[in-house]
Write a protein that binds this ligand. Structure first.
Ligand SMILES: Nc1ncnc2c1ncn2[C@@H]1O[C@H](COP(=O)(O)OP(=O)(O)O)[C@@H](O)[C@H]1O
Ligand SMILES: [Mg+2]
Length: 358
């Protein structure tokens, strides 16, 4: 197992920017995810770690070893590609054995290692099947087995679940996580699916337009996003804009509309946020933190009418129009009656659930 360091790595394709100044230290045994929309530079970064691209600037180290310009076959990484890149006319056994044959291991050792890895990914008995006789989920496991059989120091996975249907995707993500924990292998995972990233990762690097936006645990990027992009890309949120009217005693008042002023806490703010009286400020409030209010008058209430009511079983989702403000809320189903479109509702934005973005 090995740590992975990207030391101010930039990759340009001619004049086009691939990724810019990526600086990360991935710990040995960590499950680390690159997350962001299509084209943000995830694959480019992963391919530099695998050795398929060399950086234009910066260095890459595995542990203490500088691997910046080593070819892929000298790096001992196992990679699963988005399209799996299996050999369709070859058998499962032959596909998994490929990397070991290249390394010129003995026949008996190849057989033993392939069979062991087949058991690990639950493909025992499938050795003689051809790839084109397998389901998508089974092909995915062959790709994983082929990457793991060489006993890599680092496992690299590029959107490995994107070809599977929703249910299988969820099952397989638990399976990958189980293997990673069992083997304790440093794993770098690429996805554009924020739920996948949150569920699987020790830490996540959020990227946009070739630039790193934030690195943190799933909880950190969810609760303390550094900017609007991260706040809205990770989970759902309400982004509310207003003007600061008061800063006092650790509180910040923001006028959202002529009738609505809400109070947040100055400490619930992104690091770059510096609210000033008279200036604009964006607030983020997660739908699941909005409450329905039936008590007495208090601060931070919004009154409005329901535009959309959605009952999902465990939750009731509303979109409420309160003056010029539209607010999403996700209320746990406590057996209360569900309000319908057109009904009036009063919502509470608890002070501590308001996050100041800047
Ligand atoms: N071989 C290449 N030649 C030129 N531009 C490339 C090449 N590979 C990637 N890019 C560009 O680099 C950027 C990042 O691409 P990529 O890493 O594939 O994004 P992602 O995997 O996040 O979808 C994109 O703008 C893409 O067009
Ligand atoms: Mg990609």
């Amino acid at each position: 197992m090995s740590s992975v360091t990207l030391d101010h790595v930039t990759k340009r394709f001619g004049t086009a920017k691939g990724v810019e100044d990526v600086h990360i230290q991935i710990r040995s045994g960590e499950f680390f995810t690159f997350l962001g929309p299509s084209g943000c530079g995830k694959t480019t970064t992963l391919r530099m770690i695998a050795g398929f691209y060399f950086p234009t600037e910066g260095r890459i180290r595995f542990g203490e070893n500088d691997v910046t310009t080593l070819p892929p076959n000298m790096r001992n990484t196992g990679m699963v590609f988005q399209n799996y890149a299996l050999f369709p006319h070859m058998t499962v056994f032959e596909n998994i054995a490929f990397g070991l044959q290249v390394r010129k291991l003995s026949k008996s050792e190849i057989k033993e290692r392939v069979e062991r890895i087949q058991r690990l990914v639950h493909l025992e008995g499938y050795g003689e099947r051809r790839i084109d006789q397998l389901s998508g989920g089974q092909q995915q496991r062959v790709a994983l087995a082929r990457a793991l059989v060489i006993e890599p120091q680092i496992l690299l996975l590029d959107e490995p679940l994107s070809n599977l249907d929703a249910k299988l995707r969820e099952e397989t993500r638990f399976e990958i996580k189980r293997l990673q924990v069992e083997l304790g292998i440093t794993t770098i995972y690429v996805t554009h699916d924020q739920a996948e990233a949150m569920a699987m990762s020790d830490r996540v690097m959020v990227m946009q337009g070739g630039q790193v936006q934030q690195i943190g645990t799933p909880s950190e990027i969810y609760h303390q996003p550094v900017n609007r992009f991260v706040a809205s890309f990770i989970g759902e949120t309400n982004l509310l804009e207003g003007t600061v009217t008061r800063i006092e005693g650790g509180e910040v008042d923001v006028r959202l509309s002529p009738d609505v002023v809400v109070t947040g806490l100055a400490k619930n703010a992104s690091p770059a946020c510096q609210p000033r009286v008279g200036e604009k400020l964006t607030l983020s409030v997660r739908p699941e933190l909005v409450k329905e209010w039936e008590g007495e008058e208090t601060e931070n209430l919004l009154r409005g009418r329901i535009l959309l009511s959605e009952f999902t079983g465990a939750c009731v989702n509303y979109i409420t129009q309160a003056g010029p403000i539209q607010l999403r809320s996700m209320l746990i189903n406590l057996g209360r009656s569900v309000k319908q479109r057109g009904d009036e509702i009063t919502l509470l934005l608890p002070k501590e659930s308001i996050y100041l973005i800047g």
